[in-house]
Design a protein around this ligand. Structure first.
Ligand code: FDP
Ligand code: ZN
Length: 357
């Protein structure tokens, strides 16, 4: 194909919509406005220190984390880029404690937009990849103000999800429930162009991603899995593994969508008040939907993450995603009986015969 005539995101969405003749234009307006927000954020990120947006103003967000200036700027871009369109009933964000109500001066619609406007924000000041993550749900069919309960839907109810990655190039990766497609921002045209059609996560991999500094807090199935990877060719897996950790989930997810791999930010015992680090509604679910749509898998370790019914807006959860066979193996380790319930001494972690996976 002539590279100048690649399909734009707009054309892609119009063609997708033709498959649903009854669909109104709201859904596409929503996605195109989200894409516009991502372009605006990409410009801020790209300006770096020249844009005066580095560092923090010292504010602490609802998560108890130090807010970076770009966290706040990106959140405002998402809110102001979508509150006027008439397609939303409300929004929820990592950076806002309560759901956002559509101002009375604008019409209301039926969708809910949930987002993490700036993921991996510890990477901003060191000029490494960051991203925005979003998820679209259906709202209630009435005109009352939205409540947190409206957003507490399992990930299987998402109607669209995606992320933008602000890296060497800016890309938008999107699913509307019909596979996963990647669009690269053309700086000349200012348009997202379809460059990565029908992304698929290879089922097998030799690459894992985990923050090993938390290893003393891991649960036994995770320790077992990582130890077996580290043992390499001479260990039970019989082959060498490679490791990556970017500390920006979007960037780790993007690498996995491009070439496979497995990502773990598992439930751990570091802080008994929070069973994991990543947030279910606007981090785990959208990435989970993308992985499933690309033939990968996303799990808490015990169940598909998109099957979990959320209990609060900012709920955290253990998350493992990526190449299907690896995630399934980790799930089997979680679901295997704990070693003390196994007959000793033949079947235990360190004995001659390993417990069956
Ligand atoms: P961040 O808080 O910087 O937005 O969203 C959580 C997250 O980043 C993920 O993107 C990332 O994978 C993880 O936290 C990094 O956590 P560690 O600092 O523990 O490595
Ligand atoms: Zn995040």
């Amino acid at each position: 194909m002539n590279p100048d005539m690649r399909i734009t995101l707009t054309q892609f969405l119009i063609e997708e919509r033709r498959r649903f003749p009854e669909a109104g234009g709201d859904f596409n307006s929503l996605l195109l406005n989200v894409a516009l927000c991502c372009k605006r954020i990409a410009r801020k990120v790209a300006a770096g220190a020249l844009g005066g947006t580095m560092g923090s103003d010292g504010a602490i967000n609802v998560q108890g984390e130090l807010q970076q200036k770009l966290d706040v700027i990106s959140n405002d871009i998402f809110v102001e880029g979508n509150n006027w369109g008439g397609y939303l009933a409300g929004m929820a964000s990592e950076e806002m404690e309560q759901p956002y109500q559509i101002p009375g001066c604008y019409p209301r619609g039926r969708y809910l937009l949930v987002f993490d406007p700036m993921d991996g924000s510890s990477n901003i000041d060191v000029n490494l990849s960051v991203g925005s993550i979003f998820s679209v749900l259906r709202g209630a069919d009435d005109d009352r103000p939205v409540t947190a309960a409206d957003f507490l839907q399992p990930g299987v109810r998402q109607v669209a999800a995606g992320y933008a990655i602000y890296g060497p190039t800016t890309m938008l990766v999107l699913t509307v429930g019909n596979g996963v497609n990647g669009f690269t921002l053309c700086p000349q045209l200012g348009e997202f162009m379809l460059t990565h059609a029908r992304l698929g996560v290879p089922p097998d991999t030799g690459e894992f991603a985990i923050n090993a500094s938390n290893s003393r807090f891991w649960e036994p199935p995770v320790t077992r899995y990582v130890n077996e990877c580290l043992a390499g060719r001479t260990g039970p897996r019989g082959r060498d593994f490679n490791m990556r950790w970017i500390a920006s989930m979007v960037a780790d997810a993007h690498r996995i969508l491009m070439r496979g791999g497995v990502f773990l930010y598992p439930r751990d015992s570091r802080n008994s008040a929070v069973p994991g680090r990543l947030r279910l509604l606007y981090e785990a679910n959208p990435i989970g939907f993308l992985m499933e749509q690309a033939g990968g898998r996303a799990s808490t370790g015990r169940q598909p993450v998109t099957s979990v019914t959320p209990t609060s807006l900012h709920q955290r959860i253990g998350l493992i995603f990526g190449s299907r066979h690896e995630v399934e193996l980790i799930e089997r380790y979680h679901n295997a009986p704990p070693p003390q319930e196994l007959p000793e001494p033949l079947f235990c972690e360190r004995s001659l015969f390993r417990a069956p996976a």
